[in-house]
Design a protein around this ligand. Sequence first.
Ligand SMILES: [Zn+2]
Length: 124
Amino acid sequence: MNLDLYTLYMLSMVILSIAMVVYMVFATLGSRGKREPEKKVVTVLRCPRCGYTKTRDFREGDYVGKVVDEVCPKCGISLVVDAIYEESITSLNQVLRNKRKQEGARKTSSQLKGLTRICCALRR
Ligand SMILES: [Zn+2]
């Protein structure tokens, strides 16, 4: 009787763990399927002469440093691929954006420090 209860307990644990694994797999696949249409890869084109930048949808064959057919509206010379990145609202990108925001906040705080220094200098 004791052995039977133990076997039942073990069986239920095994079933529970299998159910959890299956649930996790389906949850991951489901969220992936939902996220994919939101993904968008963009290419940043830059004019090597004046620094003009333009963002357009990523095209196959794009790589950083590639000279594309598009020309700078100011200089009329070919634009170069400056950056390629994925524009999406996945959690990973949100994390990255939050990191960037934090970095931005740090920058602004250092700028504020600089401003206060200037203010102090003006007071003197
Ligand atoms: Zn230019």
